[in-house]
Ligand binder design. Sequence first.
Ligand SMILES: *Cc1c(COP(=O)(O)O)cnc(C)c1O
Length: 380
Amino acid sequence: MKPRVFLSPPHMGGEEIKFVQEAFNTNWISPAGPHINAFENELAQYLGEAVAVAALSSGTAAIHLALIILGVKYGDEVLCSTFTFAGSCNPIVYQGATPVFIDSEQETWNMDPLLLEKAIEDRLRQGKKPKAIIVVHLYGMPARMDEIMAVARKHDIPVIEDAAEALGSTYKGVKCGTIGDFGILSFNGNKIITTSGGGALVSKKHDWVEKARFLATQARDAVPHYEHSHIGYNYRLSNVCAGIGRGQLKVLDARVRQRRAVYDLYKMQLGSLPGIAFLPEPDGYFSNRWLTCILLNNTDKQVVTSDTVRLTLEKKNIESRPLWKPMHLQPLYRQAPVYGGAVSAALFEKGLCLPSGSNLTEEQQQEIISLVEDKITGYN
Ligand SMILES: *Cc1c(COP(=O)(O)O)cnc(C)c1O
């Protein structure tokens, strides 16, 4: 059997090991050390917009701290994209708050600003002002941030951008993760760059980022003994992992180019087949194309479903995956309020993520393309 082709495996650049070796040589093997500060500064530089960055143990931890700093508490409501991974909204529940889900719009597959406004007005009518908005840039495609920020500002509700999948993406020339009040990033093993596991909290408000570092290191007050006035968390990134991150940052632009090239080849070779659709990039949007997703429409002439394509690839030891199952369809969240829901449900029904790693070889990609093409045109 040929080695498995994974959906989105880690892709080291080569320099990571030097930074890791340096951490070992200096014995900084803990969630403190020079790589952490350097990684934060280098990330802040990359993102621009004068942001500060706190390096954390995961993207989920970053969302959790953002909610805490925004004062989300028991009984509050937080608006969140329904079309996402559970890591976006589980931290709402960690705080004892309730997620209120907002459906996608067709153009970006991300939060629909009209539904967002409708939801806010409806919650206000019910006497409950949402405490925050979590907007996700899914698969690297930026959400419609101008409209979303306008609605949020009008109602004075802070915005957390979940850019876990969108490091390197830009919206009207501005990096995703720097537009809202908070941005969060993930460096999990499957993301565009990785620290093995890790995440970051981003904000233009440097005091908020400083507070996140404090909360992430057990909220220890500034005295010699261990004194605590706040609940703290063990959410800091380790110095060893930050070393990996520093090496990965050096190849981030290359990884974006490579992922986009993977998308372009799929699009060029499969884009004109009947019943297949890709997610185009609207003017002013620049996606890192973290994963290439296809939609298969079950029209009269074309009855190939995304699941038959997935099973065809699986037989050749190639991993593909349905799109994220919307949160409002998850057993966990069946009681949560939702506005709209049909758009993301249809995307889930028809969609498939194809292997999109920046280290996918052209030979591997050509095999995937042939398999998909043969299935769609009915040779198999
Ligand atoms: C990966 C991911 C997260 C969570 O990041 P972790 O680092 O795995 O905790 C959150 N939101 C989205 C959209 C993600 O893809």
